[in-house]
Write a protein that binds this ligand. Structure first.
Ligand code: ZN
Length: 183
């Protein structure tokens, strides 16, 4: 009994030691707070990778050293190389509070897609209820506008623009859908 326990304890020690060894071998460069002076922060979505606040490019962990970061700033952003730390700290603050350009683009693309899907579903409702096609533009859009501004407290124009419900497109799509429903 006791010998089994002793050997398994040794085994655990051996494994934990070898794990420590491999961790030491694969030591990654750590971000240092002073790298902000080169315009770099640690990429929040890709830990231990430096992210340039000026071009929003992420670099490999191997690039996480002052000489490489300084080099990037000098070569790629020569107009910013003499900016002080406060300038980059301000950039970092803006970066953290504003959605990234990438996020902004993908959110806009998704909204367009959602608007189109909403418009198809509304066309379908109009067709199913047998209502006149101009109801989309004359009643449904103003109703959506009302809900967005009064209930959601959002500017409605941007959202309304993404839901194509003009009379022509409604008539065309109702015809298409009527054909599909009859099949
Ligand atoms: Zn850059």
């Amino acid at each position: 009994m006791s010998s089994t326990y002793a050997s398994s304890t040794r085994e655990v020690e051996r494994i934990s030691q070898s794990k420590t060894m491999s961790e030491v071998k694969k030591k990654r460069r750590q971000y240092s707070a002073e790298y902000i002076k080169f315009g770099f922060i640690e990429n929040p979505t890709n830990p231990s990778s430096p992210l340039c606040l000026l071009c929003l490019k992420t670099f490999s962990n191997e690039a996480m050293k002052p000489s490489r970061l300084q080099d990037h700033l000098n070569k790629m952003h020569p107009d910013k190389k003499d900016k002080n730390v406060a300038y980059f700290q301000d950039l970092e603050k803006k970066h953290n509070t504003q959605p990234s350009v990438v996020k902004l683009f993908s959110a806009a693309a998704k909204q367009d897609d959602d608007g189109l899907r909403a418009s198809y579903n509304i066309f379908l409702l109009i067709a199913q209820k047998g209502k006149p096609h101009n109801i989309g533009e004359e009643l449904i859009l103003p109703a959506i506008n009302e809900v967005i501004t009064t209930v959601l407290h959002k500017p409605a124009a941007d959202i309304i623009r993404k839901i194509p419900l003009s009379n022509n497109s409604v008539q065309r799509r109702i015809d298409e859908m009527a054909e599909n429903i009859e099949e």
